[in-house]
Design a protein around this ligand. Structure first.
Ligand code: SF4
Length: 282
């Protein structure tokens, strides 16, 4: 175990539950490093997760308090917790693409709309990999998966003029970014900014699945092939090429520009109590 794992993660969850060669560990490590560099301690963070590969790896891995939701419901649970917790505690969620952009999208939108403090890292393995490799909401067009043997034919959330981050921006998110898991220090830098927003932050991180996605899409489970395939299809914002699938960097940063939901709620409750006290009513 390295220094960060020893400091922040439970030893029984190391090594991780991910398959050999999976890029999920890069996502998780970048987030733990960002937490460390921002200066948060174990007791400052409540870590939430959901279902799938991302949930399996991060459930009860954080040494401090953690929680998990059923598929797609963790954002609603997080909103309730946000109201119950002291403001200085920070919510961090690591979830999958199916959870955030599929079954949980409605719940996610309401966390966004209300600008509820949570830093959501969407670990995107380009489909439903924990159930065998079916296509999902972010599977690239034309890619062969277990459930699209003739190529992915459904419109997805990231191509042909659609971008799920644009929807989230329109809904009121105050911090939005996209990366690939091999972005290293740049990804850590973005996650640090996301953590410092007292509002809703989301960082979409595409990572390589060696076991299912690589096997059906590329015909090999070799990590080097799928890592290169993803890296070659990513480029920093402003430096994209014609075949760039994932433009990386910060898409929208309006950190701390509008009231956080639980803060707003506390102020409203105090105002109503004050009014009743002045008026002598209950
Ligand atoms: S199924 Fe794919 S995404 Fe899930 S842990 Fe294994 S390699 Fe990673």
């Amino acid at each position: 175990m390295d220094y960060l794992s020893t400091k922040y993660l439970r030893s029984r969850k190391i090594p991780s539950t991910a398959c050999s060669g999976c890029g999920l560990g890069q996502c998780h490590k970048a987030l733990v490093k960002a937490i460390d560099e921002v200066g948060f301690g174990i007791n400052d963070i409540i870590w939430g997760t959901s279902i799938g590969c991302a949930g399996r790896q991060t459930y009860a891995t954080w040494k401090g308090d953690s929680f998990a939701g059923t598929h797609g419901r963790v954002y609603a649970i997080a909103r309730g917790l946000r109201l119950a917790l002291p403001p200085e505690k920070k919510l961090v969620l690591s979830v999958g693409d199916g959870d955030a952009f599929g079954i949980g999208f409605n719940h996610l939108l309401h966390a966004v709309r209300t600008n509820t403090q949570m830093t959501v890292m969407v670990c995107d393995n380009l489909g439903y990999q924990s159930t065998g490799g079916q296509y999902g909401w972010t599977t690239p067009e034309g890619v062969v998966t277990d459930s699209s043997p003739y190529g992915m034919f459904e419109p997805n959330w990231v191509q042909s003029g659609r971008d799920v981050l644009a929807i989230l921006r329109e809904a009121g998110a105050t911090f939005l970014a996209r990366h690939v898991s091999m972005d290293g220090a740049v990804l850590v830098g973005t996650l640090k900014k996301a953590l410092q927003n007292n509002g809703f932050s989301l960082v979409h991180v595409v990572y390589p699945c060696t076991t299912n996605f690589a096997n059906t899409a590329l015909g090999t489970r070799k990590p080097v092939t799928i890592f290169k395939w993803i890296k070659d299809r990513s480029a920093p914002l402003g430096k994209e090429k014609e075949d760039t699938l994932w433009r990386t960097g910060v898409y929208h940063d309006a950190s701390n520009s509008r009231p956080e939901f639980s803060q707003l709620m506390r102020e409203k409750v105090a105002e109503i109590h004050g009014r009743h006290e002045r008026e002598g009513t209950d």
